[in-house]
Design a protein around this ligand. Structure first.
Ligand code: ZN
Length: 289
């Protein structure tokens, strides 16, 4: 199945909903970074969440970045999504290996640790919108749920899951986000809460062959679910020699001079896709002009 996400509403617009399947995109991330299972699961969950949150933005050039700044050994995660299903991301310690959690699952919460969740939305205004909340469990879905309630005042339910196979490749990845709009009735909230406690884990649903449509139908099928649109999801890095060169040129001139004095070409790797860029001394000199 190709990666894609859907967006819809239910209960006459009182519920907004999203669901995604993103095995290939998370596998792209894993391959580019040779990430371990626990890191693949952590970054993969953020990639799925960010893709759906990106789809909540309206502008074609809008960008959303989720930063997980935890004290755990993964040392942080950063994921960027646009409004059209393109995502990219990295963790500071992609080779981190941790024993499984006591429940037999990948120890994502332990890898992330306590800390902050930061959401940056660049909506083409002068200043980006920045929302920050404390990490609740480091398991990502709970952290995003808390962020939506506290920072965006939107009660939400977030489910995210990544299943890594025995050969370390990504077997399943996906998730959903349900959001309650301000005009929602108490009866409806109660009905939804009853449903939510019964929802199976996302990876179980995906393993059973359920599509994003099936997942939303399972939860909201009897609440007049309407699917509005479907967007292809892709792991894509838009780095280029020009962009990397600009990034180097923006650092302290003294540091560039030091590189020139070393008289060796420098190698810079893109954090998102690990592509290597080499700049020779002549190119470094041009950056000082
Ligand atoms: Zn790149």
């Amino acid at each position: 199945m190709k990666d894609y996400m859907i967006r819809g509403t239910a209960a006459d617009g009182m519920i907004r909903c999203f669901a995604i399947t993103a095995r290939q995109s998370v596998e792209e991330y894993r391959k580019a970074h040779e990430a371990t299972p626990v890191v693949t699961a952590a970054v993969g969950r953020v990639l799925c969440g960010a893709a759906m949150m990106g789809a909540m933005m309206k502008g074609e050039k809008d960008l959303l970045t989720i930063q997980i700044k935890g004290e755990g050994p993964i040392r942080g995660i950063s994921v960027t999504a646009d409004s059209q299903g393109h995502v990219k991301g990295f963790a500071y310690e992609p080779q981190l290996d941790l024993p499984l959690a006591p429940n037999g699952k990948l120890a994502v919460g332990a890898a992330v640790g306590p800390g902050r969740l930061v959401v940056i939305k660049d909506l083409g205004m002068k200043e980006p919108y920045v929302g920050q909340t404390d990490l609740q469990t480091g398991e990502i879905a709970e952290d995003l749920t808390y962020y939506f309630v506290v920072s965006e005042q939107t009660p939400s339910s977030v489910g995210l899951g990544v299943l890594v196979d025995r050969d370390y490749t990504v077997k399943q990845a996906g998730g959903f986000i349900l959001q309650l709009m301000p005009d929602i009735t108490d009866e409806l909230i109660e009905k939804l809460e009853e449903k939510i406690v019964k929802i199976k884990p996302v990876t179980t649903m995906l393993e059973e062959g359920m599509s994003p449509e099936d997942i939303l139908t399972d939860i909201l099928g009897d609440m007049d679910l309407q699917i509005m649109d479907k967007t292809e999801v892709m792991y894509r890095c838009d780095c280029s020699e020009e962009k990397v060169s600009k990034a180097i040129a923006s650092i302290d001139k003294k540091d560039i001079q030091e590189m020139i004095d070393d008289n060796e070409p420098i190698e810079v790797k893109c954090q998102f896709c690990n592509k290597k860029y080499i700049f020779n001394v002549e190119q470094l000199k041009e950056m000082l002009v």
